[in-house]
Design a protein around this ligand. Structure first.
Ligand code: AVJ
Length: 304
C-alpha cells in the first residue's frame, strides 16, 4: 500500500502528471471495461474474436495438438474459449494477478474442457515472464490478445516481447492481437463512446484511488479526454481538472490547478508490417497475420 501511495504521489507530482493504467482495474473498472467492449464504437474486442474464430483451424494446422496455451493477463479467460473450442491443446496456463478473477474463471472453465490440463498462475504477468513453468516439455503457445501490447511504451514493448519469447520457450509460438492505424475519427469514437462508459472507466481510476489510498479526489471536478495523437500513432487518455483542487497521498499535498491534465493511458496503433518488424526484433519469426475486411485489427502468429 505504501509503495502504491509513493508511486502515485511521484507520478502525480511530476511536471506532466500521470497515473498507471493498472488503477483502472478494480472490480468496477473491470465491469466498465466489459461494458466498453459491448459499445458499437469499440470495435477491437469483437473484431479480434471474429479473426480468431475464422482462422483458428488454419492456426491449428501449424500448431499441432500437443500444445500448452499460456495466457499472460488472462482476466476472465473469455477469449481463450474461442481457441479451446476449436483446438485440442493438452494444457492451458492462465497467468493473472487477480486471485478471485483467476479462480472464478478456471473453476467455470475447467469442467467444460476435461481433456485440457489447467495450471493457473496467480502472478503479475510482467514478473511471471521471468520464471519457466514446467509443462512437461510440451510446445507452448503464448496468447496475448486485445492489443494490450499497445499499452506499453515502445522501449518497454520491445522488452515485453522479449519476455513473451522467453515464456514461449524454444520451439514455442506467440499469438498476439494488435490494433491498426486508421481514420482518426474511427479511433476517437472508440474511446469516446456515446454511452459514456469510457469516460466512466477513465474517471473510475480516481474512485479506485480514493477507496484504496484515501486521496480525496473529487471525480466530478475532472473531465474525460481521449484523442488520437497522429504523430505518435496512439490514443491518449487524460483526466482534465475543471477547477483548482488539491489531493493528499503518501502524506504529500499535491495541487492540481484548473486545466491540469493527468495522463492515464496510451494505446498505440500499428501497421501489420511495423508490428511484424517488432516481432522479428524480439527474436520471433512471423508465421502469418490476419486482418479483418475493414482493416481495423490484426492477429499475428509467430514462432520462436
Ligand atoms: C484493454 C488496454 C487494450 O487500450 O483499447 C479501452 C483499454 N481503454 N478503452 C485499449 C481501453 C479505453 C484497452 N486495452
Amino acid at each position: 500500500m505504501i509503495d502504491a501511495a509513493r508511486e502515485v504521489a511521484t507520478s502525480l507530482s511530476a511536471p506532466r502528471p500521470t497515473l498507471d493504467p493498472k488503477y483502472f482495474y478494480d472490480q468496477r473498472g473491470s465491469a466498465l471495461f466489459d461494458a466498453i467492449t459491448r459499445t458499437p464504437e469499440y470495435y477491437p474486442t469483437r473484431t479480434e474474436a471474429s479473426l480468431l474464430a475464422d482462422h483458428a483451424d488454419a492456426m491449428a494446422a501449424e500448431l499441432g495438438s500437443d500444445l500448452v496455451i499460456a495466457e499472460p493477463g488472462a482476466g476472465g479467460c473469455e477469449k481463450v474459449r474461442i481457441l479451446l473450442d476449436r483446438w485440442r491443446p493438452s494444457g492451458y496456463m492462465p497467468l493473472e494477478i487477480s486471485r478471485e478473477c483467476l479462480l472464478g474463471a478456471t473453476r467455470e472453465l475447467a469442467p467444460r474442457y476435461p481433456a485440457v490440463h489447467f495450471s493457473a498462475v496467480c502472478a503479475d504477468y510482467s514478473q511471471a515472464l521471468s520464471f519457466p513453468v514446467d509443462d512437461g516439455g510440451r510446445r507452448r503457445l503464448v496468447f496475448f490478445p486485445g492489443s494490450t501490447i499497445g499499452n506499453f511504451e515502445p522501449a518497454a514493448r520491445g522488452d515485453f516481447l522479449l519476455g513473451l519469447r522467453g515464456l514461449a520457450g524454444g520451439q514455442g509460438y506467440l499469438l498476439i492481437g494488435a490494433d491498426l492505424q486508421k481514420d482518426p475519427a474511427r479511433l476517437n469514437a472508440a474511446y469516446n463512446d456515446a454511452a459514456g462508459h469510457t469516460a466512466a472507466f477513465n474517471l473510475n481510476a480516481l474512485h479506485h484511488l480514493n477507496q484504496r489510498l484515501g486521496c480525496g479526489f473529487d471525480p466530478d471536478a475532472f473531465a474525460h479526454r481521449a484523442f488520437y495523437n497522429e504523430t505518435l500513432h496512439r490514443i491518449e487518455m487524460h483526466l482534465e481538472c475543471r477547477r483548482d483542487q488539491a489531493i493528499t497521498v503518501a502524506d504529500q499535498r499535491i495541487e492540481l490547478p484548473e486545466g491540469t491534465r493527468i495522463h492515464t493511458e496510451n494505446s498505440y496503433k500499428f501497421t501489420v508490417e511495423g508490428f511484424s518488424r517488432e516481432l522479428v526484433e524480439a527474436g520471433f519469426s512471423p508465421v502469418a497475420s490476419w486482418v479483418d475486411d475493414e482493416g481495423l485489427f490484426s492477429v499475428h502468429l509467430a514462432r520462436v
